[in-house]
Design a protein around this ligand. Structure first.
Ligand code: FAD
Length: 287
């Protein structure tokens, strides 16, 4: 199913997993996808790692298993720095033969050995993917992308990305919903009119929160810090604080009429169930 066809009809609910890497096998990834599917998400997205880890190969494999073995729609990510048109063609052919119709088109992070070949920005990749008749999503950043010093430029670049053909947007994780509501208003003023799905990460430890916030440039509100101070060194309490906070965030987003809620579920099917139940309890999802 094309994700844009879901988003034009209703508010969505979705999950994200990362593909097998190292000891983590394709079968284990599939098991998590099956467990997540029990919550009836509109789609499960599968991240993509460029570089030597080998798991970029597996993004297409696990996306195929999601489509064929769970009956859930898959959204396969793709980064383009360091990729040629023929690399992208091979990936698209693999997705299409697997029945995957949705791709999240990304530039990817800059890294040594990952210089642009045929694509410099996501806005170069999007029209190329559209030629293959895929439904194409793109990333957006309510607090601005880490590399962009002026948020106005970032919004101009986002507008270019949407004008280049993105069907929908998924946000970077954020912890302060007001940042998202401000961003949504700015998008309206900028005539960015595609659906914007909110990406929320229920963090499960202080270390994970710090790592994610640093990598993504997401700010951590004082209310999160206070909860973590109260949790102290108790890892169960840290986990509970992170999941409770995310549930409060998504219930507030649901009440504020967002286009969709995407859970960065980090291969944790328990988090999938808890967030699903919170959205059922507030009436965003039906039981
Ligand atoms: P772009 O939209 O190309 O923007 C990158 C930077 O360039 C921004 O600062 C932008 O303002 C600027 N820019 C854009 N166009 C222009 C232009 N024409 N001229 C000048 N400047 C311009 N990474 C992975 O490796 N794998 C994943 O699976 C993955 N999934 C993600 C999913 C989501 C929902 C999000 C939000 C991010 C994800 N990322 C992933 C991280 C992403 O790859 C990085 O944030 C990356 O640094 C930027 O990718 P982008 O597609 O947003 O880039």
């Amino acid at each position: 199913m094309r994700i844009i066809d879901i988003l034009v009809r209703r508010q969505s609910f979705s999950f994200e997993i990362f593909p097998p890497k190292g000891d983590f096998s394709v079968d284990q990834a599939e098991k998590i996808a099956i467990e997540l599917s029990e919550n009836h998400p509109d789609w499960i997205s599968v991240t993509f790692s460029a570089g030597g880890s080998g798991n970029s190969e597996r993004t297409a494999d696990i996306s195929q298993r999601i489509e064929t073995n769970t009956g859930t729609t898959a959204l396969a990510h793709l980064t383009c720095l360091g990729s040629s048109r023929s690399d992208v063609d091979a990936y698209v052919a693999k997705l299409q033969s697997a029945g995957v119709e949705n791709v999240l088109a990304l530039r990817g992070d800059r890294a040594p050995g990952r210089d642009p070949i045929d694509f410099t920005y996501a806005s170069d990749l999007i029209p190329y993917l559209k030629q293959s008749n895929l439904c194409v999503g793109a990333a957006c950043y309510p607090e601005g992308h880490v590399e962009c010093e002026d948020p106005r430029n970032d919004l101009d670049n986002l507008k270019k990305k949407v004008d280049s053909g993105a069907d929908f947007l998924v946000t970077q994780l954020f912890f302060n919903n007001d940042d998202f509501y401000r961003f949504r208003d700015l998008c309206v003023r900028k005539h960015i009119e595609v659906p914007i799905v909110c990406g929320i990460m229920p963090f499960t430890s202080v270390n994970q929160l710090q790592r994610m916030a640093f990598n993504c440039g997401a700010s951590i509100p004082a209310s999160v810090v206070r909860r973590l101070v109260a949790a102290g060194d108790d890892t169960d309490a840290q986990r509970a604080a992170g999941i409770d906070y995310a549930c409060e965030q998504i219930v507030d987003l649901a009440a504020n009429g967002v286009d969709g809620i995407h859970i960065y579920s980090m291969n944790n099917s328990q988090i999938g169930k808890i967030t699903h139940d919170a959205l059922v309890a507030c009436g965003y999802l039906s039981a």
